[in-house]
Design a protein around this ligand. Structure first.
Ligand code: NAP
Ligand code: GDD
Length: 345
């Protein structure tokens, strides 16, 4: 029998890479999607098959982390061996604007899911392993390098919510003997990264500037330093955590940090452009409290799980810039085609 997994946040960046990884390992993958008035499944459309297809390996269920009744129903229907809780309002700046919703989805949402699992395990006698998507943001102002023993010092409503979720997970592990693991992942990016996170915002702009569709890029704090890895490498660490004999907490990082300025410089240079000609500062992108320096020490993940990153900073930048140059070239062709159609009309 193939293993089955349930993923919250399957439509997000990590959800899509994790789905691909689990499918490659023969899993049946259940995912929770939010009802939206427009399609929100673009990142997983390539692995999704119609419900009438007997060979389908991805099953989507409507649900929301703010709705415990629905979560309970999906969990009972999917009866997974592994649950990956990736769903979240994941934007730090947005969390200052929507703090209550962020706490509801990210902190209480985790609690709701844990409580469903606790009951499910109790009344079915099944074994379910749970992965919680924790974040290096939880370290916030703590001095780098940060590892599993570093005390949390969250600096945003998002980070506070993730700290709460982390401790709910630890408490359910200890109180009910459940297999619950917290991944503490440092920033990870890809061509599928949401377009309002700084790396993708930069590489999208590079592509569009190169294609003549944009001439400026407005950014906030260029001095912040992050430990950026590739999302495809990081979902492998999530999976390894749930295959390990014991649950625990694991930092996942590359061990190298760069500033936003350095990312911008590298991304523009990868397209043969000088970033200083295009980047301007807009203070509206500054955060009320900033996280200045995140640098992870992933020794435990390497020693215990045999995990290490395969993609370095320059490969990541190149991968994202190339993808976004291709995307912008497509946009330019559509735009040129539309101009031609209108001029003929
Ligand atoms: P993402 O691209 O923003 O995806 C978030 C996912 O959560 C999307 O599928 C989104 O659905 C879903 N979601 C949002 N609110 C929800 C709700 N109320 N109920 C159910 N689903 C909801 O994030 P990501 O980069 O893949 O990150 C995955 C997880 O890892 C998140 O929990 C994030 O906080 C955490 N994390 C990320 C990083 C990173 O660098 N990427 C680092 C550490 C931790 P829609 O598609 O409908 O919006
Ligand atoms: N988004 C954004 N937009 N960030 C900017 C900008 C801008 O125009 N200009 C500068 N920055 C700076 C931010 O102030 C921050 O210091 C840094 O770039 C990174 O911002 P984001 O890419 O938005 O990511 P984040 O580090 O705040 O949060 C991401 O990583 C966390 C892990 O540490 C998200 O993916 C979180 O969900 C994740 O937990």
């Amino acid at each position: 029998m193939a293993k089955s997994a349930l993923i919250t946040g399957i439509t997000g960046q990590d959800g899509s890479y994790l789905t691909e990884l689990l499918l490659s390992k023969g899993y049946l993958v259940h995912g929770i999607v939010r009802r939206s008035s427009s399609f929100n499944t673009a990142r997983i459309d390539h692995v999704y098959k119609d419900p009438h297809d007997p060979n389908r390996r991805v099953i989507l269920h409507y649900g929301d982390l703010t709705d415990s009744t629905g979560l309970r129903r999906v969990l009972e229907a999917a009866a997974p061996e592994e649950v990956y809780n990736l769903g979240a309002q994941s934007h730090v700046k947005v969390s200052f604007e929507n703090p209550e919703y962020t706490a509801d989805a990210d902190a209480l949402g985790t609690l709701r899911l844990l409580d469903c699992i606790r009951d499910h395990v109790q009344h079915t006698g099944r074994k379910v392993r749970f992965y919680q998507a924790g974040s290096s943001e939880m370290f916030g102002a703590a001095k780098p390098p940060q590892n599993e023993t570093t005390a949390f010092y969250p600096r945003s409503p998002y980070a506070v919510s993730k700290v709460a979720a982390h401790w709910y997970a630890v408490n359910y592990r200890e109180a009910y003997g459940l297999f619950i693991t917290n991944g503490i992942l440092f920033n990870h990016e890809s061509p599928r990264r949401g377009e309002t996170f700084v790396t993708r915002k930069i590489t999208r702009a590079v592509g569009r500037i190169k294609a003549g569709l944009q001439d400026k890029l407005f950014l906030g704090n260029l001095d912040a330093r992050r430990d950026w890895g590739f999302a495809g490498d990081y979902v492998d660490a999530m999976w390894r955590m749930l295959q390990h004999s014991e649950p625990g907490d694991f930092v996942v990082a590359t061990g190298k940090a760069y500033s936003v300025r350095e990312f911008a410089e590298a991304a523009f240079a990868a397209a043969g452009l000088d970033w200083q000609k295009y980047v301007q500062i807009d203070p509206s992108y500054f955060r009320p409290t900033e996280v200045d320096f995140l640098l992870g020490d992933a020794t435990k993940a390497e020693t215990v799980l045999g995990w290490s990153p395969k993609t370095d900073f320059s490969q990541l930048v190149k991968m994202m810039v190339e993808a976004d140059i291709g995307l912008a070239e497509g946009e330019r062709l559509v735009w040129a085609n539309n101009c031609q159609t209108y001029s003929m009309a």
